[in-house]
Ligand binder design. Structure first.
Ligand code: PLP
Length: 369
């Protein structure tokens, strides 16, 4: 079966992981800091802290905003569950907004339609790596959480997606453009927030006695003492994850170029297939990450089943969240509901061979709608 999502690792990742295992220091350590520095430098981020998943990074991001309890936070309905879960876990209320049918992104219009006088923050998702049109949303004047889980290589007017607004997150899970097995990260232009994030990710523990002893040139006794500053869960990333990430960073340009090559083939091949609505390309002021290729088609379920039977896996990963009873939403979000019926992610990842890409194209073209 051809997978719909995927990442690619090779001998460089294996060598880096072996070196970590041989060092006997598998947990949080130098490979994490090295990855943090190199990732921030690559994207041009002012601050960056790695954590153990994108989902936890979202929970951290919402927590960092220090919103009054029960605040309303706007969340796109067409996204991964962690976006809403993080808001709930932090003690707030997700209020779902619609996305645009072409970009699959929120816009100022869809955000404004969901705003009330109790709205205290806005979460946006750069869906599939296509940058959200941020400036009109920033003008609304509310704190913004930027979910750049799909967008490690996306730029908007030269700014890295994730690093444009108040606080941003990345995911390095097993199928993301840059993987660390599982992993995530948080960025903010406010240095005091990243310092707090680094405390929070280790159960809210401030400087450890070990660090204090080192900083005071050995004068501090009882270096085992530490200072617990806030209640928080543990989200520490491992040296193993850092080491995989370092190898991935070395090849991210190559991985991205391959994703773009597949994307461009689909765009060209499906241009004359009348029943397929293709995703939009990047605008001149944007750089896209090509995380997933989402088509819109009539008879979507039949197409998915037909492809499954041809050993080609496709999916609708993002079920509109407002339709899930857990959130008690009564919203009608027309575009999300249309996408729930007609959108489909088809395979796009660096492990696909060009033969598989041709097979996918040819099989889809033969589908009898
Ligand atoms: C938009 C979005 N946000 C957040 C996440 C969570 O990332 P992770 O899988 O690293 O927890 C995902 C994961 O798929 C995602 O798609």
């Amino acid at each position: 079966m051809i997978s719909v999502f995927g990442s690619k690792v090779g001998k460089e990742e294996i060598a880096n992981v072996s070196a970590v295992l041989e060092s006997q220091w598998m947990g949080f350590g130098k490979k994490v800091s090295e990855f943090e520095e190199k990732f921030a430098a690559r994207l041009g981020l002012k601050n960056f802290a790695m954590v153990d998943s994108g989902s936890n990074a979202l929970y951290m991001a919402v927590s960092l905003l220090n919103l009054p309890k029960n605040s309303e936070v706007i969340v796109p309905a067409f996204t991964w569950v962690s976006c809403a879960q993080s808001v709930l876990l932090a003690g707030h209320k997700p209020v779902f907004c619609d996305v645009e049918l072409d970009t699959l992104n929120v816009s100022r219009k869809t955000v404004e339609a969901a705003m009330t006088e109790n709205t205290k923050a806005i979460m946006i998702v750069h869906f599939a790596g296509k940058p959200v049109d941020m400036n009109p949303i920033i003008e609304l004047g509310l704190p913004i959480i930027e979910d750049a889980a799909h967008a490690v290589d996306s730029f908007y007017h030269g700014q890295p997606c994730g690093g444009i607004a108040d606080v941003g997150i990345y995911s390095f899970d097993a199928v993301k453009n840059l993987t660390t097995g599982e992993g995530g990260g948080i960025t903010t232009n406010k240095t005091e927030l990243i310092e707090r994030a680094k405390i929070l990710r280790y159960c809210g523990i401030g400087k450890s006695g070990f660090e204090a002893a080192a900083a005071s040139a050995g004068e501090k006794n009882r270096w085992w003492e530490y200072n617990i500053q806030e209640p928080f869960i543990k989200m520490l990333p491992t040296n193993i994850a850092g080491a995989i990430g370092l190898a991935q960073l070395e090849k991210i340009d190559e991985l991205q170029a391959y994703r773009k090559q597949i994307w461009d083939i689909y765009q060209k091949e499906f241009a004359d297939v009348s029943w397929i609505v293709r995703p939009p390309d990047a605008e001149p002021h944007e750089k896209h990450s090509y995380f997933t290729y989402v088509i819109r088609v009539p008879n979507r379920d039949k197409l998915a089943r037909y492809l499954f039977e041809a050993d080609i896996y496709t999916t609708l990963r993002y079920h509109p969240l407002h339709l899930n009873p857990l959130y008690g939403s009564t919203a009608t979000l027309e575009n999300c509901e249309i996408l729930n019926e007609d959108s489909l992610s088809i395979p796009l990842h660096p492990n696909l061979t060009m033969e598989q890409v041709s097979l996918i194209v040819e099989t889809i073209k033969k589908f009898e709608i």
